[in-house]
Design a protein around this ligand. Structure first.
Ligand SMILES: NC(=O)c1ccc[n+]([C@@H]2O[C@H](COP(=O)([O-])OP(=O)(O)OC[C@H]3O[C@@H](n4cnc5c(N)ncnc54)[C@H](O)[C@@H]3O)[C@@H](O)[C@H]2O)c1
Length: 259
């Protein structure tokens, strides 16, 4: 896969454990140009992490809830890079009150915050960058499959189900601009966001046991490879799709086999 002549906006790099970091690393190895964004107090951490990638990479501040800032980044990109070829949306946040078993008592403001940052933001970034995207561009989001409930993941899970739906609506609405919108449904990975999910550590061995191919929560590379496939022209006829990169765990129910 060759990504020479491609320029991607990569959101969501916080540390070198971030899914977006692995995605950026592979994109760079394949010849792409990367523009990174970080936000708030995490911006300096993002700047530090990006230094571990190969090449001079611009890091811009972009809080996805601040539409003016998103517009400023789109303008900066247009003025300095012209049109670009894709965006990785790797952004999620839920207040602690919206996770960890507090589902029944969660206030609407906390559930709404999860939805706004983790799901609606895909619409925001798509809309604000539409005029900066070349025909054939690709937008990729990172999902955690919520076709079943994950007690403890709670309103972040509800936000992820919304994200899946938003992928399909956006695929419809920007298809006429020849822009694709897809998501990768990742298995659990030990990132900062994941560590903030109560009970996340119990998933490590459970997922590995269930997945036909096994699963390493410390290796984001398999997810990053599929993100790059979706950003590339190899996936030119795919849109509105959710691709599971989870060792196959989503396809398997409980086992009736005994040892
Ligand atoms: N780690 C997992 O197990 C897992 C599994 C499936 C999906 N995901 C998804 O992958 C994506 C990336 O998360 P990660 O696991 O790499 O963790 P991470 O903590 O490295 O990245 C999360 C990112 O979200 C950004 N963010 C939060 N609020 C923001 C805002 N208002 N504006 C802009 N950016 C904001 C943070 O700065 C951070 O860079 C998220 O959508 C997450 O839900 C993660």
């Amino acid at each position: 896969m060759n990504l020479k002549d491609k320029t991607f906006l990569i959101t969501g790099i916080l540390t070198d454990k971030s899914i977006a970091f692995s995605a950026a690393k592979i994109a760079l190895e394949k010849g792409a140009t990367i523009i990174a964004t970080g936000f708030g107090d995490g911006l300096r951490i993002t700047q530090r992490a990006v230094k571990r990638l190969d090449g001079e990479i611009e890091v811009l501040e972009m809080d996805i809830q601040n539409t003016e800032q998103v517009q400023d980044v789109a303008k900066f990109v247009k003025d300095n890079y012209g049109k670009i070829d894709g965006i990785l949306h790797a952004i999620a946040f839920s207040p602690i009150e919206a996770m960890g078993g507090n589902f029944l008592n969660t206030k609407v403001e906390d559930a709404t915050k999860s939805f706004e940052v983790s799901a609606f933001s895909l619409k925001t970034i798509t809309n604000e960058f539409l005029s900066v995207l070349n025909e054939g561009s690709s937008i990729v989001a990172v999902d955690f499959d919520n076709s079943q409930a994950w007690p403890g993941y709670d309103w972040q899970g509800v936000a992820k189900s919304s994200l899946q739906s938003i992928v399909r609506y956006l695929a419809f609405y920007v298809g006429k601009n020849s822009i694709r919108v897809n998501a990768v449904a990742s298995g659990p990975l030990a990132t900062t966001a994941a560590k903030n999910i109560p009970g996340f550590s119990t998933m490590n061995s459970e997922w590995n046991d269930k997945a036909p191919l096994g699963w390493d929560t410390k290796n984001a590379e398999p997810v990053a490879k599929v993100i790059n496939f979706l950003l590339s022209d190899y996936s030119e006829a795919i849109t509105g799709e959710i691709i599971h990169v989870d060792g196959g765990a989503h396809a398997i129910g409980g086992s009736m086999l005994t040892d």
